[in-house]
Ligand binder design. Structure first.
Ligand SMILES: NC(=O)c1ccc[n+]([C@@H]2O[C@H](COP(=O)([O-])OP(=O)(O)OC[C@H]3O[C@@H](n4cnc5c(N)ncnc54)[C@H](OP(=O)(O)O)[C@@H]3O)[C@@H](O)[C@H]2O)c1
Length: 279
């Protein structure tokens, strides 16, 4: 894409003002802080009827719900959940009478950056457990919850990933990048198994956002910083019908939505925005 946005822009705001998100319900994992709370806000501002936040830290979830409660048209709630815990995820869906229309797999973990030889393998493996097992668990349980409730409308599943899954090679991040590479491919292939009439899967790179994880990576300031609101707004847009051609694909929030729509034919014909080995 020619344009590279770091902040929200008029065409994106106009697309969200078309109210396609109006009345929808959304479950955001890792919604208590970081990019997740910006995603929750964007969905609410776009008219979502209900936003459920899930995360491990109750105080931060409660504070996020409190901060969002000025948006009166949306009902906010939270669930204390470790996405890698079978029990917690079972409890989460057990508490939901209806299946949300949209699932945002935002929760993620980054092991302390370390060279491969010196990395603590316990922390290393936790990255795979949270990012791959946890996301698979939340997503499979979501689809089963929808099936049990005989929900027939197509779900939208948006999963946060990173450019580090397939591009930029920076030292010390093999656990994080490796787990996200696996996650990207897992979602791409889940989209082969699950018909689009049941759910579409879209993977999104949120840009370099100043969050706890952004600081932990040691890359703060290395890449131009993306406003968390742009990430939230693009992710809300990616749940709309006009973004449905991104199903089974990987997109960046920094891309211009008008240019993306213009490229739709080429993206589909040439099967772009999928994982591949180049060269
Ligand atoms: N920031 C960036 O520049 C950047 C760039 C590329 C991709 N991303 C991706 O964007 C997503 C959000 O990143 P962020 O920067 O906002 O990270 P963050 O500041 O570290 O926040 C992570 C969020 O995930 C939750 N979380 C972590 N482990 C969890 C678990 N086991 N169960 C449930 N919730 C858990 C955290 O809440 P609790 O601690 O309360 O559980 C928190 O809300 C991640 O998937 C990340 O990989 C971020």
């Amino acid at each position: 894409m020619k344009s590279h946005h770091l902040d929200p822009y008029a065409e994106l705001e106009a697309a969200l003002a078309r109210k396609e998100i109006q009345g929808k319900s959304v479950l955001v994992t890792g919604g208590g802080y970081g990019i997740g709370s910006a995603i929750a806000k964007s969905f609410a501002e776009a008219g979502a009827a209900e936003v459920i936040l899930a995360g491990r830290t109750e105080s931060r979830l409660a504070a996020a719900v409190d901060a969002l409660s000025s948006i009166k048209s949306t009902k906010f709630s939270y669930q204390v959940v470790d996405i890698s815990s079978d029990q917690d995820v079972k409890r989460l869906y057990g508490a939901l009478k209806e299946s949300p229309d949209i699932l945002v797999n935002n929760a993620g973990y980054m092991a302390a950056p370390a060279g491969f030889i010196d990395a603590d393998l316990e922390d290393y493996w936790k990255t795979f457990t949270v990012n791959i097992y946890g996301t698979a668990l939340v997503t499979q349980s979501y689809l089963r919850h929808r099936r049990e409730r005989k929900t027939t409308s197509p779900a939208v599943i948006i999963t946060l990933n990173t450019i580090g899954a397939y591009s930029v090679r920076v030292p010390g991040l093999s656990a994080y990048g490796g787990s996200k590479g696996g996650l990207a491919r897992m979602m791409e292939l889940a989209a082969v198994d699950v018909p689009e009439t049941t759910a579409r899967f879209i993977t999104v790179h949120p840009g370099a956002v100043k969050t706890d994880m952004g600081l932990k990576s040691g890359l703060d300031g290395v890449f131009p910083s993306t406003d968390a609101k742009l990430a939230g707004d693009f992710i809300a847009w990616s749940a709309t019908e006009e973004a449905s051609f991104l199903s089974g694909r990987f997109a960046w929030v920094n891309w211009d939505i008008e240019e993306l729509k213009q490229a739709k034919g080429k993206i589909i014909e040439s099967d772009l925005l999928r994982t591949s080995l180049s060269g």
